[in-house]
Design a binder for this molecule. Structure first.
Ligand SMILES: O=C(O)c1cc(=O)[nH]c(=O)n1[C@@H]1O[C@H](COP(=O)(O)O)[C@@H](O)[C@H]1O
Length: 233
């Protein structure tokens, strides 16, 4: 397991609330994720405020567009100095290759990963969209495509991590949302595991939002995650 496996999802409506929460966290203990809700309102300046506090930032905007547009978006993320950035694997090989190529100009580029199948999707949801593969099969296909397109890893559920680790090797980065502390409500997530099970399955990084941010005592919840990981670590 790497030194800081927890990526706390700052799914807050504005910079003030997000920074007030971040100020309770330590950049020595976790990294933070800025997603669509917060970025749409507060943008690059919020990312810079988090970086000024010492946090590595995962910019989770899940780019999915034509290759030229995604290459430009990923370049903007690199200029912002983020630690990790993501695209949708379903944008296809040419889109992912354009994104990977765009980062070649940077000495310290962000880690570039691709979302396979959202952790909120079940096999039934995929069937309704016309896919005949299960979520696990589709994740496996998209992870192979992601790797051969030159990216560093994928976003997947920790349920798929054992197969991906075996097929894609130790250096392929597995980032797993859909994490819940035992007893917490899954909410809209469908492919869910606990922190300890996710790491035991081979996940490199755990994206955790509501199990920490919606807890009565968020810092105690983060400490509970760390204790859980040390038990198996
Ligand atoms: O790319 C992501 O981070 C992501 C991919 C995915 O498949 N599922 C998923 O939940 N996420 C993000 O991970 C976070 C999960 O939040 P919680 O369900 O509150 O822990 C949210 O910010 C999602 O946007």
């Amino acid at each position: 397991m790497n030194d800081k496996p927890v990526l706390v999802a700052l799914d807050y409506p504005d910079a003030e609330t997000a920074l007030a929460f971040a100020d309770k966290l330590s950049p020595q203990l976790c990294r933070v994720k800025v997603g669509k809700e917060l970025y749409t309102r507060s943008g690059a300046s919020l990312v810079e405020s988090l970086q000024a506090r010492g946090f590595d930032v995962f910019l989770d905007l899940k780019f999915h567009d034509i290759p030229n547009t995604v290459a430009g978006a990923v370049r903007s993320a690199a200029e912002l100095g983020v630690w990790m950035v993501n695209v949708h694997a379903s944008g296809g090989r040419r889109m992912m290759e354009a994104a990977a190529n765009a980062l070649q100009a940077y000495q310290q580029p962000p880690i570039l990963i691709a979302v396979t199948v959202l952790t909120s999707m079940s096999d039934d949801d995929l069937r309704e969209l016309g896919y005949t593969e299960s979520a696990a099969e589709r994740v496996s296909r998209l992870a192979a495509l992601t790797q051969s397109s030159g990216l560093d890893g994928v976003v997947c559920s920790a349920m798929e991590a054992p197969g991906l680790r075996a097929d894609r090797g130790d250096d392929f980065c597995l980032v797993t949302p859909g994490i819940r502390l035992a007893g917490d409500d899954a909410g809209d997530q469908r492919r869910v595991l606990t922190p300890a099970d996710a790491v035991a399955n081979g996940a490199d990084y755990l994206v955790i939002g509501r199990s920490i941010t919606a807890a009565a005592d968020p810092i105690a919840a983060l400490e509970r995650v760390h204790r859980e990981l040390e038990i198996i670590g």
